[in-house]
Structure formats: C-alpha cells, structure tokens
Design a protein around this ligand. Structure first.
Ligand SMILES: Nc1nc2c(c(=O)[nH]1)N[C@H]1C(S)=C(S)[C@@H](COP(=O)(O)OP(=O)(O)OC[C@H]3O[C@@H](n4cnc5c(=O)[nH]c(N)nc54)[C@H](O)[C@@H]3O)O[C@H]1N2
Ligand SMILES: Nc1nc2c(c(=O)[nH]1)N[C@H]1C(S)=C(S)[C@@H](COP(=O)(O)OP(=O)(O)OC[C@H]3O[C@@H](n4cnc5c(=O)[nH]c(N)nc54)[C@H](O)[C@@H]3O)O[C@H]1N2
Ligand SMILES: [Mo]
Length: 775
C-alpha cells in the first residue's frame, strides 16, 4: 500500500519551498510564497535528493590509499575505492596531523569558497573552519567571486561596499524615477536566488516598473531575459564587452560640454572632481574623452551617448548596475565611473535618483522589515585559532603555483602561503574558477585534497578523499528570507532521511574534532545537537525581535506548526533613500571615505601606484577584447544562468530546458554563425590557447556580433584529462585567470577571447554527471 503523502516546508537559496513526500521519497516541490513568476529552481528537489550523481559512500582515490604519505597516480584520472566512515576519518586525521606538524597552520587551506546550501546551522565552509580553528588555524580567503572588484573599490569611493547594502526603497523608485537603467544587470535571472532564502519580492517591483511607463534602458552586450520581459518598453544598447568605462566617460564629457552636470553637488558632496575633469578634457594626455572618442571604443554611436547625457540629466534617473561588467580585468573602474557619472548628475541621495548596485541581487530595495533576525553558526571554537593567512579567492591557483611568492592586494604587500592540504566544503571550484586546465595542473601540488560534497562534481572527481554529505532536505535548519528585507523566518524541516551513507557537515567535523583531541567533540558542538543549536539560534532571534517589538511564539510551537513567520512592515523603511542623510547634512553624516565625501580622485589609491588601478576612474584597454581581437576571434561572456545556481542543479531535469544537442548552449549572433557555416542546433567547438569545449549553438540576433555567451556553471567533462576537449561546455576551460587589478584581485572571467568552428568529428558522449570508476 502506498504510504501517506504530506508536505514539508523548507527553504533553499531559491526561496521557501513546499516539498511533497512520504518521508522516504520526494515526489514534487514548489514555491511556498505567492509570486507572479515561476521560479524553476524550486521544482527539482526530487532531482537533488535522488540524483544518480550523488556521492553515496566515503571514497578514496586508489593511488592515494595505496601510500597516503607519498601518493601515487594522478588526481582526476585514478579510480576510487569505497571505504568506511571510520577508515576515511582516521585517514584524514592522520594526514592532516602529519601535514600540519610538518608545514604549519598556513599550509592548511580551508578558505573553501562557495554557495553551499542556505541555513544558519549547516554552513559547510563555516563548519570546516570551526574544526580547523580547533586544530590550530588555517589559511582562509578574502573577498568573493561575485563582486571582487566592486566591494574593494567602493569603500574608497562612498565608504561602504554598496553591493551588499540595502538600496533606495522600490516604492520610491516607482514613485520618483523617470528613467531606470539596468547597466550590466539581468534581474530576471539573478533574482531567483539570495544568499539566505530569496524573499521573491523583487520581480513584483519589476512587474510594476514594467507597467509604469517610465523610460527603461538595458545596457548589455546580450539581449537578456530581462530585456525580453520588458519587451517593447525596453531600449537595448549593446556596447562591446569591457568598454563601459569609455561609454560612461563619453556621456560624462557631454554633460560637461553642455553644462548639464551639477557643479553645486560636485562641490558640496565630492572630492577630486577637478583632477578627473582634467582627464575628461585631456589636459594631460591630449585625448578628450568625448562622445566621438567613446563611440569608437564602445561601439555605441556618439549621437546615442549624447542623447543619454541629455536624458539622464534632464530626468530623475536611477542607474541600477549589476556585476557582470566588474568581473573583468580593471573591473574596479566600472562602478567607480558609474558613481562618478551619478555624482555629475547630482541626484545621489534623492528619492529615485543616483545609483544602486544591488537591485538585481537578493531583492535589494524591498524595504527592511521590523524583524527578529536569526543568529547563526560561527566559524571558530572557544580558544581556537582563526585564519592565520588569507588568499584573495580568485588568486588561489596562483597561490598553489607560487608558494612564498609576493603579491599586492589593496595597498598591502603580501606573500602566498605554502599550501599542502586543501579541504573544500560547499563550493564547486572546478566550475567556478577560471582557466580550469591551469587549475588542474596546480591542483596536483598539495599532498592531500579532501572534498565533502553531495554530488560528484569536477572537484570531487579530482580529490583524494571524497565524503558524502546530506542535502539540506536531509537535515533540520532555519533561515531568514531576504538578505536585506529580513521578511520571513522559515523552518527548514528535514524531508527525508540522509541518502545512502551521507552525513551532515556538522556531524563530520564534530567527529573529526574528537579524533583531533580528546573532548574535541564537546568543544566543537558545545554539547548541543542539531535541534539544540536551532533552538539557540531561534532564542537569539526572539531576543533581537523583542528589541524591535516583535515577539516570537515558543520554539516548540513554531517547529510543530511547520509554517513561516512573516515579519511586520516598517513604514519608515519604505521611505529609505540611500545617501539621504548624507545629502541632507554632509557634515553630520559624513561618508567613511578619506574626505568624508564621494571620492572621485583618491589620494590613497593614487599613493599605491598601481598601473592597473589609477587614482581616478580611467579607461584602460583590457588584455583581451574587441580592440585587439584577431579577425576571427570572439569575446567570451559567461553570464549567470537562468535555470541553475552556478553549477548547482545542472544535473537536474531543468537541463532539458536549455541544453542544445545534449550540451551547454553557446549564444552567438546570426552573422557570426553564418561566417562560420554554423546553424542553430549544431555542435560547435570553442577554443583558445587555454582550453577547448563543445557546446550547442543557439543562434540569435539577441547578442552583439563578436560576442558569444556560454553561461557559467556547466560541469566540466574532459575527454582525456588536462588540456583535452571538454565534451559538455564548461566555460571556465576558456576563461583567463587574471586578477581584476592589484587593488581588488577580483575574478576577471569576462575578459577572454576565443575561436569557434562547427564540430564535424564524431560526437563524444557526455559523461559530466557520471560518477568516476570505483571498486
Ligand atoms: N566564468 C565565470 N566563472 C564564474 C562566474 C562568472 O560570472 N563567470 N561567477 C562567479 C561567481 S559570482 C560565483 S558566486 C561562483 C560560484 O561558485 P560556487 O559557489 O562554488 O558554485 P555552486 O555551484 O553554487 O557550488 C556550491 C557547491 O556546494 C555543494 N553543496 C551544497 N550544499 C552543501 C552542503 O550542505 N555541504 C557541502 N559540503 N556541500 C554542499 C553543491 O553541491 C555545489 O557543488 O562562480 C564564479 N565563477
Ligand atoms: N538564476 C541565477 N541567479 C543568480 C545566480 C545564478 O547562478 N543563477 N548567481 C548569483 C550570484 S552568486 C551572483 S554574484 C549574481 C550575479 O549577478 P551579475 O554579476 O549581475 O550577473 P551576470 O549574469 O554575471 O551579469 C549581469 C549582466 O552583465 C552583462 N555583462 C557582462 N559583461 C558586460 C560588459 O562588459 N558590459 C555590460 N554593459 N554588460 C556586461 C551580462 O551579459 C549579464 O546580462 O547572481 C546571483 N543570482
Ligand atoms: Mo556570485
């Protein structure tokens, strides 16, 4: 007889989710909030839990198991051997101990970057760091892949990172803005998720924006899903990739020429404009950065740039910028120049005016609630040792290649650590890092690599020891929705038991702590199990809530009810204007910058003497772009995908919605297709001197000629090891692994040139989702 089916409420990055189950099998899932938009990511919980790509048992690479002190074989090419949990943990403990004693704490890399699953308890990398703090310290990471350039430059310019801060509220944008520009932003895709759980309100506001009759402009080399959503009401302008600074400079000079800039605002609220004005007018270099100059670089007609200058300055304009354009070489310049342009328009701090760097992410602009905010698991134990060194996330391969090597970061001279052990938990670095073949070569250097994962990712296939981890549906947790709004508190109730031999990260690191020292488990867990921790986090939310006149029901009742709690609105927050206080009284509310004002020329940045990040926003031509491409070369864009979170869910049935010829699609312009004899649906080979991939051709007029897009996150699938053909279309086989600049050291994936041809050889079978050979 069929078992009774029921619904469990849980949540993922992609929002609160209702899962239909009988306690053993997941049947279906759907979003738990009322929204106007289908969020496809919510529909595939069954595929996550029951995927044939799950890691089922602890596994050890054969050549490693044979002689762990002096491993044999090549990572990524060996088969795996199943071992017991006890064998795996004892092996890790012994090797970790040996490596730490020989090489010291900084040789242990636990800076494991990644989007794991949401939840305040089961935070994979945090738990890893908690264990490593107990064991005596580790090397961690600095920054992230998302905004590596912007988050480092913005504090110099406006005193905060801006990318992860609340935006001028949407109700004010809808009321006051006349012109809304989406500059390198594709909210229709990127709002499907948040770092916590998505509150899913952003699209409701974009829906209202669509009906508002305001002037809407998308500036993007690709005609994105967002453009299609707005349809006729949206103007699409497609600059060459990487040329936005030139484009903005052309607009800025036009403002000056026509006296359309707001000099009173510049005088009162900014510093360093005079130096920048000299640059615009070419006082030093003899090059006037006017609309004609800019048009030649960015490929947008000079007349259009002049019209934009007039439009922006004569109307209340909100420049909403996404982050794709700063994931590039010289990425720091993009948002610095955008803020400078907004400063010249003089509308920063007015309702509906200025700029916003997070409307496209985590539903920025959805007003913050009066909330009881959950506490969460911390990455160190009492008396433990935190990170003894840190590596900027996107320079990890250079660190492996160059131990002891000098590098610069944000005004500091630093030295790369000598990494001998890597543990990656909750990240997919074989899809997220640039130049995968270079990564594979550097990845052979450490003495031990451990991956704890739910799935056989590229990193897992290239590890020595792989531990099976539960998905968030196999354990209990809690989360807030809305990174900014704090709109709901959501129970994340276990749906089904752990699959096969999967364990929670919490359990794994608690056990290893006991191996490390007697009483270690007690020290790691503080004597609390999963439910006791959840109750603690809830009680702390209750205490925080009390300070906001929000009271929570008792934990036991809340947990029993299986329902989310919606926090009350805070009417004052729906009137929030970013920089409103500063504008009202800049002396009473100075910015945390070197002058207390918006910094257009920075003495501090200039003092570093970085050629790749000068003292004011500057057009710098990248190493690989349209301007130095050979005739057959194309610029490679790797935007974020509609139906995945990076590499997460690539194995699910959602793949059927986008794959072409069984592979990751590559979007290319009709003219570029014709020139190469490529038709829609063909398999093509895309290559450069770094790597080569097969992909399915998606031919369209919706992308700038000379630019192709392969979305980030498709799983790697090398035919024959390092350097060979990737059968599936993982874009980072092709991207260049260089830092944005010495300032931010951010990811610069969107600065790459490639060639493309129709693939006519016999088609290899895709094995990206097939677990490795094992015995
Ligand atoms: N070319 C190119 N590359 C890019 C980008 C780009 O634009 N272009 N974007 C960059 C950006 S912004 C980002 S944020 C990164 C994203 O890079 P990642 O954050 O590394 O990508 P995810 O695919 O989300 O990887 C999360 C992994 O955690 C695993 N996981 C989930 N839950 C758990 C858990 O509870 N425990 C453990 N142990 N593991 C778990 C998942 O199975 C998955 O493999 O990619 C970057 N890479
Ligand atoms: N569905 C879904 N949502 C996500 C994610 C996901 O993987 N899937 N990832 C999440 C994460 S971790 C992050 S960091 C954010 C990423 O958010 P973003 O970084 O904003 O997303 P991207 O798609 O990389 O880039 C946004 C747009 O910039 C355009 N672009 C790229 N280069 C240029 C350029 O040189 N000039 C101009 N004008 N435009 C350019 C791209 O074509 C794209 O449409 O999204 C988050 N949301
Ligand atoms: Mo990101």
């Amino acid at each position: 007889m069929d078992k009774k089916r029921y619904q469990v409420l849980t949540a993922a990055h992609w929002g609160p989710v209702l899962v239909e189950t009988d306690g053993e099998t997941v049947f279906s899932s759907r979003g738990a909030l009322d929204t106007l938009h289908e969020n496809t990511l919510q529909t595939v919980v069954a595929d996550q839990v029951h995927s044939p790509t799950r890691v089922r048992y602890p596994m050890v690479r054969k050549g490693f198991l044979a002689s762990p002190d002096n491993p044999q074989g090549v990572r990524g090419q060996d088969e795996f051997v199943r071992v017991t949990w006890e064998e795996a943990l004892a092996l890790i403990d012994r090797q970790h101990r040996r490596i730490r004693q020989t090489w010291g704490a900084s040789s242990i890399f636990a800076g494991s970057y990644g989007w794991r699953s949401n939840g305040v308890m089961h935070k994979a990398a945090t738990l890893l760091q908690r264990y490593m703090s107990l064991a005596g310290g580790y090397t961690g990471h600095l920054g992230d892949y998302s905004t590596g350039a912007a988050q480092v430059i913005m504090p110099y310019v406006v005193g905060g990172n801006e990318v992860y801060q609340q935006q001028t509220s949407w109700p004010l944008v809808l009321e006051y803005s006349d012109v809304v520009v989406m500059w390198s932003a594709n909210p229709l895709n990127t709002l499907k998720i948040a770092w916590n759980a998505s509150d899913e309100q952003g699209m409701k506001y974009y829906e209202s924006l669509k009906k508002s009759g305001k002037r809407l402009i998308c500036i993007d080399p690709m005609r994105s899903e967002t453009h299609d959503f707005f349809g006729e009401q949206m103007t699409w302008l497609a600059p060459h990739m990487g040329t936005d600074v030139a484009m903005m400079l052309g607009i800025a000079t036009t403002l000056l020429e026509n006296q359309w800039h707001d000099s009173a605002f510049l005088d009162k609220y900014t510093s360093g404009f005079a130096t920048f004005q000299n640059y615009l007018l070419g006082e030093q270099d003899g090059i006037r950065k006017d609309a004609d100059w800019a048009a030649a670089i960015c490929g947008i007609p000079a007349q259009t740039l002049r019209e934009l200058a007039e439009l922006f300055s004569h109307n209340r304009t909100m420049l909403m910028a996404g982050w794709g354009m700063q994931r590039q070489q010289y990425g720091e310049q993009k948002h610095w120049m955008l803020v400078t342009l907004a400063a010249m328009l003089g509308q920063i701090g007015l309702p509906g005016g200025g700029f916003g760097l997070s409307y496209h992410f985590a539903n920025g602009g959805n007003p913050t609630r009066r909330a009881a905010v959950l506490a969460s698991m911390q990455g160190s134990v009492a008396g433990g040792t935190d990170a003894v060194d840190k590596v900027p996330v996107a320079r990890i391969v250079e660190a492996l290649e160059n131990p002891g090597g000098a590098y610069q970061h944000n005004g500091e001279d630093r030295i790369f650590p000598n990494v001998k052990m890597i543990w990656w938990a909750g990240g997919a670095n074989f899809t997220h890092h640039q130049d995968t073949n270079r990564l594979i070569r550097a990845w052979q250097k450490p003495e031990l690599i451990v991956i704890s994962e739910c799935f056989w990712t590229g990193a897992a296939k290239h590890a020595d020891i792989v531990l099976p981890v539960t998905t968030s549906y196999e354990r209990n947790d809690l989360t807030m929705t809305g990174d900014y709004s704090q709109q709901h508190l959501v129970p994340m109730k276990q749906v089904v038991p752990p699959q096969y031999e999967a364990r929670d990260d919490f359990t794994i690191f608690a056990e290893l702590s006991e191996y490390w020292e007697s009483g270690g488990k007690q020290r790691f867990t503080e004597g609390k199990d999963e439910m006791a921790w959840l109750e603690t986090f809830y009680q702390m939310a209750a205490a925080r809530g009390a300070a906001n006149q929000v009271s929570l029901i008792p934990f036991a009742t809340f947990w029993e009810q299986n329902q989310l709690i919606e926090m009350p609105e805070n009417p004052a927050n729906s009137q929030f204007v970013r920089f409103g206080d500063f504008r009202a009284d800049p002396l009473a509310h100075p910015l945390k910058t070197e002058t207390g004002k918006i910094v257009i020329h920075s003495e501090r940045i200039a003092s570093y003497g970085y050629p790749d990040c000068p003292g004011h926003p500057t057009w710098l031509a990248p190493d690989e772009w349209h301007g130095n491409a050979q005739p057959e070369q194309l610029q490679l864009l790797s935007a974020h995908p509609a139906h995945r979170l990076h590499s997460q869910l690539n194995y699910s049935r959602l793949r059927e919605r986008y794959q072409i010829a069984g592979r990751e699609p590559v979007t290319l312009n009709t003219a570029d297709a014709q020139a190469r004899g490529i038709r829609h649906g063909d398999v093509v080979r895309v290559w450069n001197n770094r790597g080569q991939v097969l992909a399915g051709a998606h031919v369209t007029d919706g992308i700038k000629p000379g630019v192709i897009c392969i979305h980030q996150g498709a799983w790697p699938d090398l035919q024959d090891g390092e350097g060979s053909l990737c059968k599936h279309g993982a874009v980072n086989m092709l991207t260049k692994d260089i830092p944005s600049s010495r300032l931010g050291n951010g990811c610069a994936a969107n600065t790459s040139l490639v060639w493309m041809e129709k693939f006519t050889d016999e088609l290899p079978v895709v094995t990206a989702f097939t677990p490795p050979a094992s015995s």
